[in-house]
Design a protein around this ligand. Sequence first.
Ligand code: SAM
Ligand code: DTB
Ligand code: SF4
Length: 324
Amino acid sequence: MTAVAQIAPGEEGLRHDWTVEEVEALFAKPFMDLIFQAQTVHRANFDPNRIQVSRLISIKTGSCPEDCSYCPQSAHYATGLEKEKLMAVEEVVDAARKAKEEGASRFCMGAAWRGPKGDDFEVAVAMIEGVKALGMETCATFGLLDKWQAQRLKEVGLDYYNHNLDTSPEHYKEIITTRTYQDRLDTLENVREAGLHVCSGGIIGLGETRTDRAKMLAELANMPKHPDSVPINLLIPIPGTPLADAERPDPFEFVRAIACARIMMPRSFVRLSAGREGMTDEMQALCFLAGANSVFCGHKLLTARNASPGNDKSLFGRLGLAPL
Ligand code: SAM
Ligand code: DTB
Ligand code: SF4
C-alpha cells in the first residue's frame, strides 16, 4: 500500500515553508501588485466586508519585571504610568458585559506579568470563567506559560491565547534581554498543543529592517499551524522607553507588512492592532484593503489610547464594514 500524506483539516493549500528571500520578494513587489494579490487572497478566504472586533482590558497594570523596550508597563523605564494591582473578578466580568453590549465579540485580558504565578493564576482563571459565562469569546495575554498552565486555561474555557514574537530572532536581542525568542516559541508550542487558538504577531517600528520584518512573518507562517489570529502592531512610541524616539516607519511599509501577512497566512485573521489612533481613515482603509480583518475597539488598548469608538463607527459605516 502506498502511504498518502495526511493533511490536517483546514490546512489544504497552506504553506509552512516560506524562505526569507521569498518573503522579501513579496515585500519588494510594486505596491499595487502586492495589494491586488493580498486582496485576491483575502476574498478567496473571507467576506471582505466583515471584521472581527475584540476588546482589551488590562487586568494588572505596570511594574512588569521584563525589559521590553517598547512597553509602557516595564518596571525598567520611568513612563509615568499609573500602576494597578490585579483587578477583582467581578470588575472584569462587568467590563466584559459592557463591552459585549457595545458590540465586542471577544474579550481579551492582558496582564503585565513575565508569566502567571500562584494565586494570581487562579484569579485570572476565575475571570476567564466569568467572561465565558457571558457567552463571549475569551482571549488572554499573560506572558510565558508552561504546558500545565496552557492546559488549565484550555480546560476552563479559554478560546485564544495571545503571545507575540514581536520581531525577527536577530532583532529581538536589541529589544528584550530578560527572556529569549526560544522562550516565546516554547510558550506558543504549549498553547498550540493544549488546543487553544493561537494569536501571535509582532510590532512594526522597532528600528527593524525589512529583512527583519520578512523573518518575523516567515517565523509565524512556518509554525506547525498558522496562528489563528495575527496582530500587526504599529509601535506606539512611549516617552521614557528606549524606543520613545524610534523612527516612524513609512506608512506604505506598514501596509506592505499587512499584505504579506495576508498572503502568507490566508485563513488567519490579520489584526490591525496597536497604532490605529495615530492613523488617518485613509491609512486604515488601505490596511483593510491589504487584508486586515480584525481590530481592537474601545477608547483604550491596555494602557495606551486607541482609535475613538465614535470615529470607528463612522469609519466602518463609510467603508461598509460590518462586525462579525
Ligand atoms: N505581558 C504579556 C506579554 O508580554 O506577553 C502580555 C501583555 S504585552 C503588553 C502584549 C503585547 O503588546 C506585546 O507583546 C507587544 O507586541 C504589544 N505592545 C506593548 N507595548 C506596545 C507599544 N508601545 N506599541 C505597540 N505594541 C505594543
Ligand atoms: C497585541 O498584539 N496588541 C495588544 C494585544 N496584543 C495585547 C496590546 C497593544 C498594547 C499597546 C500598548 C498599551 O496599550 O499599553
Ligand atoms: Fe511586561 Fe508584556 Fe510589557 Fe514586556 S510587553 S514589559 S512582558 S507587559
